[in-house]
Design a protein around this ligand. Structure first.
Ligand SMILES: N#Cc1c(N)n[nH]c1N1CCCC1
Length: 321
């Protein structure tokens, strides 16, 4: 049951995909960095529901409660949500899963109330799903057996409509050839070795570092050694309390990231200026991951590369768009 669903850019911070849950339409944030499918539900306070589409299990004829099951998730950015669980039919583009675990939010943090999404579709590995007493499978894990090829792909062009393809690689969405990085899923992420990078044409080691392909994060978050080396080449760059800024007039070098043991993915300088910070000062799309040795390659990466999440291996494929 292959299919493709449009992904609409929202305020430059995420891409939303129209998804039906029990016949009810919601705009969900597809997140390859987490593994819970959760939705704004009728059980939320009126204040939390403001501005959102809300799923009401009582009006779905195909909803089944999972009695006594709960979920609670905290994201690295401090946001979070929690609630109860049931199953329902979830349809994304042409791909449908009956009895998909749907996590009903009865509490959401303020970041989600002011965000454009009506919930998330987690597409990381099911071993990090938060449902208790028994963890639940992701939409991709459930759909996988019905797909022609056991994979899905993310096409997220900068400030333009993109797509998530399920079950096939769409050759019309990229140029050149696909390179692959071997994935280790033990941490629950689409994680691969990422042990060097280039600022412009100058290569630097980044030993012992990995990267995760994370469509639920907006920016490129990397270890401090790489971020400092990058901005050392940008005159006027400063590390402020809010993160790295630089003069908007600066010419930004490209950043090539080694993916697995093979090829580099090159992010052009044009994609590394995220937004105006204040006046003629701009804010970088490359920021510090804050600690540890795991880089988070978010939407900015996907603005330059079609990403293929292939459960054979598993492996992560990338091809320039
Ligand atoms: N923090 C964080 C985060 C991440 N690393 N992947 N997805 C995230 N979120 C999805 C919704 C809010 C945060």
């Amino acid at each position: 049951q292959d299919g493709s669903a449009p992904a609409m850019p929202y305020e430059g911070v995420e891409y939303l995909v129209s998804t039906t849950v029990g016949g009810q339409k919601l705009n969900l944030d597809f997140d390859t960095g987490s593994a819970d499918l959760w939705v704004f539900s009728s059980g939320l306070s009126a204040a939390s529901k403001k501005g959102h589409n809300v799923y009401n299990s009582a009006s779905s004829s195909t909803y089944k409660a999972l009695s006594g099951y709960t979920w609670s998730i905290q994201y690295a950015d401090g946001s979070g949500a929690s609630g109860t669980v049931g199953t329902d039919t979830v349809t994304i583009g042409g791909t449908s899963v009956k009895a998909q675990a749907v996590e009903l939010a009865t509490k959401v943090s303020s970041q989600f109330v002011s965000d454009g999404s009506d919930g998330l579709v987690g597409l990381a590995f099911s071993n990090i799903n938060t449902v208790r007493p028994r963890s639940q499978k992701t939409f991709f894990d459930n759909a996988n057996p019905s797909l022609a090829s056991p994979l899905f792909a993310a096409y997220l062009p900068f400030n333009a409509n993109g797509a998530y393809d399920f079950g096939y690689v769409d050759a019309s969405k990229y140029t050149g050839s696909v390179s692959y990085a071997a994935v280790s899923s033990s941490g629950g992420f689409w994680e691969y070795a990422s042990t060097s990078y280039k600022v412009g044409s100058t290569a630097h080691a980044m030993s012992g570092t990995t990267g995760i392909a994370d469509t639920g994060t907006t920016l490129l978050l990397m270890v401090d050694s790489a971020v400092s080396a990058y901005y050392a080449s940008v005159s006027g760059a400063k590390n402020t309390a809010d993160g790295w800024t630089f003069p908007c007039a600066a010419t930004l070098p490209s950043l090539a990231i080694r993916m697995g043991s093979s090829a580099y993915a090159t992010i052009p300088g044009s994609l590394l200026n995220f937004e105006t910070y204040s006046g003629s000062t701009c804010y970088g799309a490359l920021q510090s991951v804050g600690g540890g040795t795991q880089n988070i390659y978010g939407d900015v990466f996907f603005n330059a590369y079609y990403g293929i999440f292939d459960s054979t291996g598993p492996r992560f494929g990338f091809a320039a768009i």
